[in-house]
Design a protein around this ligand. Structure first.
Ligand code: SF4
Length: 399
């Protein structure tokens, strides 16, 4: 264990770009003063973005939930319906999905995240058909979707190797994987919350295969379901090790568990301080991952704003539709002008980015700010509302 007096020297080394060990990361995560952790992480961010360190980015996207029917029954999930639960389960047809894509394009969205349950009938062919149809009508939309869990599931349904599944959905239109399903990668906490999901090792193995096939991804972490600090750092170590080999993880995105409407009774959420410490330690430990994303959706706008001072360079998406974490209790919502304002008040220049982090619009002059407040994140439950779109979206669709 690192002596308290040595913590600052480890922080100084990390801030100067030196690699830290998992043991040092754990000591810093547990014991370094919060402000010192944030200052070191911010120093790394500034150096990584020298020349554009004054900018913080966001993206406009839409989550499209194609079904909530799922055989995997993760205990933390408030979104899914078991296949035999016909009263709660739903699926969306292709016309509905294409209409949502059209609305996304019309509102200036550049990315869709196709997200849903592990439906017992959806193999590789389902995703090929849908991605090809989306790309045919909306070639400008980036399909940044799914993750290793969906790949494992669809390959099993279609009885093909995961390499073939990835190659086929990539050819059909998938641009990159969203890193879904990482949850907690170490075995103990993963089994406790998602006993039917593939192991963390397997999740990483599939991501590594994808990276080698030219399909990059982001990586995520679900915090606050009862995992230890050591298990959180182990999760980071597992990602860093794969990233050393592939370089295919574009970003790391931790988010906090939402406790409503699920089967994890008695678990606590990560505190906001723990979340900020994770943003900072990720920036210091994951020296081979370019982007660290702050999440305002599960932690609130102020914490999202603070994350920009703890190593985050990006605030993720203004989601035109989101139904998964909102089903579990995430209540925060925002529109584009609020996100721009929030980033500005954090002392940064906001910029709308693409999926691959190019700056599409840099909002360096408030006089030129966008005026369309309909670009608003919609937080509600499609499952509860029976699949209705946001009122603004409906208005737009009927105009
Ligand atoms: S998190 Fe995903 S895989 Fe797990 S139950 Fe929910 S929809 Fe299914």
């Amino acid at each position: 264990m690192t002596e308290k007096a040595d913590l600052q020297s480890v922080l100084d080394r990390a801030a100067a770009g030196g690699r830290i060990t998992p043991e040092e990361a754990l000591d810093l995560y547990r014991d370094a003063p919060l402000h010192a952790l944030g200052a070191a992480a911010d120093a790394v961010r500034r150096r990584k973005y020298a020349g554009t360190e004054h900018i913080a980015t966001y993206i406009i996207e839409r989550n499209i939930n194609y079904t909530n029917v799922c055989v995997t029954a993760c205990k933390f999930c408030a979104f899914y319906a078991a296949p035999k639960d016909t009263a709660k389960g739903w699926t969306r047809d292709l016309d509905d999905i294409l209409r949502r894509c059209a609305e996304t394009v019309e509102l200036g969205g550049t990315q869709i995240m196709f997200q849903g349950g592990h439906h017992p009938d959806y193999g590789v062919e389902y995703y090929e058909k849908h991605f090809a149809a989306i790309k045919k009508e909306f070639p400008q939309l980036v399909i940044h979707s799914l993750g290793a869990s969906e790949v494992e599931h669809m390959a099993r349904i279609s009885k093909v190797p995961v390499e073939e599944a990835i190659t086929r959905i990539h050819r059909a239109g998938l641009d990159s994987f969203a890193g879904a399903g990482a949850e907690l990668l170490p075995e103990r906490p993963r089994k406790a919350i998602a006993p039917l999901k593939e192991s963390g090792e397997r999740w990483l193995e599939i991501m590594e295969i994808a990276h080698k096939l030219g399909v990059e991804s982001t990586s995520t972490m679900l915090m606050g379901t009862g995992e230890t600090n050591a298990e959180r750092i182990e999760h980071l170590r597992m990602i860093r090790e794969v990233q050393d080999r592939t370089g295919g993880f574009r970003a790391f995105i931790p988010y906090t568990y939402q406790p409503e409407n699920n089967h994890l009774k008695g678990r606590t959420q990560a505190t906001l301080f723990e979340y900020l410490r994770m943003i900072a330690i990720a920036r210091l430990f994951l020296d081979n991952v370019q982007h660290i994303q702050g999440s305002w959706l599960t932690t609130g706008k102020e914490v999202g704003q603070l994350s920009l001072h703890y190593g985050a360079d990006d605030l993720g998406s203004i989601m035109l539709e989101e139904n998964v974490v909102s089903s579990a209790g995430a209540k925060h919502r925002s529109n584009r002008l609020e996100i721009i304002d929030l980033i500005r008040k954090a002392g940064r220049v906001p910029a709308q980015r693409s999926t691959t982090y190019e700056h599409l619009v840099v909002h360096d002059d408030p006089a030129n700010d966008p005026v369309d407040e309909r670009v608003m994140s919609h937080i509600s439950s499609t499952a509860i509302e029976g699949g209705t779109a946001h009122p603004e979206l409906k208005l737009l669709a009927s105009n």
